[in-house]
Design a protein around this ligand. Structure first.
Ligand code: CA
Length: 220
């Protein structure tokens, strides 16, 4: 999933970029409103989710939101430094889908982004991955048409890896996304869940171990 980050504060932008990449987002960072409005990510063809800081060097972030809204339905989350700015966002109803106030944690931003994306695509069909069908809204997986019985964590793990079949996700990325951001310690539980999922998936897909790195989902 692509993210356009519009933020002139370098430390915030860098930590957000790093954090969001860990969750598998592909971040493009621009510093000004003008760059944001010229970015391909804000067009229909390359629609992404847009995170906009309100205090930009060249224009008001609210005007960026307003302009994007006249062009289409790209999901927008406002990044705000002060609560009175939030009042403005809400009061002006400029079309942002949600907002976060500084300081914020990456996990909070990701939660808001996922919520906004779910609302933006209320009728998103289940995704077909080879013989697998992953329905994130209904939290169900079908294999050759028959429902796989999965625990919530098994579902989260499979759905996370299925976001990009073939891509390697590190143990750290998986633990953060599926278990807890502030997780430290052994990843034994991950291995246990991988083992169970392998058994349940049979030959429809394999969860390959990439030694010293993590895992990837390979479709049959
Ligand atoms: Ca700023």
């Amino acid at each position: 999933m692509r993210v356009l980050l519009v933020e002139d504060d370098e430390p915030i932008a860098e930590s957000l970029t790093r954090g969001l990449s860990r969750y598998g987002f592909e971040v493009r960072w621009v510093r000004t409103g003008a760059e944001a409005l010229a970015a391909p990510e804000t067009t229909e063809e390359e629609a992404a989710i847009v995170l906009v800081d309100l205090g930009l060097p060249d224009m008001d972030g609210l005007d960026v939101c307003r302009e994007l809204r006249t062009r289409g339905d790209v999901p927008i989350i406002v990044i705000s430094a002060r609560s009175d700015e939030v009042d403005r966002v809400v009061g002006l109803e400029i079309g942002a889908d949600d907002y976060v106030t500084k300081p914020f944690g990456v996990r909070e931003v990701v939660a808001r982004m996922r919520a906004v994306l779910r609302r933006a695509q209320p009728n998103q069909p289940a995704q077909e991955h080879g013989r697998l069908r992953v329905d994130r809204r209904g939290r169900r997986v079908h294999l050759d048409g028959a429902e796989l019985v999965l625990t919530p964590k098994e579902f989260d793990l499979l759905a996370f890896l299925a976001e990009e079949p073939g891509a390697v996700f590190t143990r750290e990325q998986i633990m953060e996304a599926v278990w807890d951001e502030n997780w430290f310690g052994p990843t034994k539980t991950l291995d246990v869940h991988v083992g169970v999922l392998r058994r349940k998936l049979g030959d429809a897909a394999s969860l390959e171990t990439v030694r010293g790195v993590g895992f990837r989902l390979v479709l049959a």
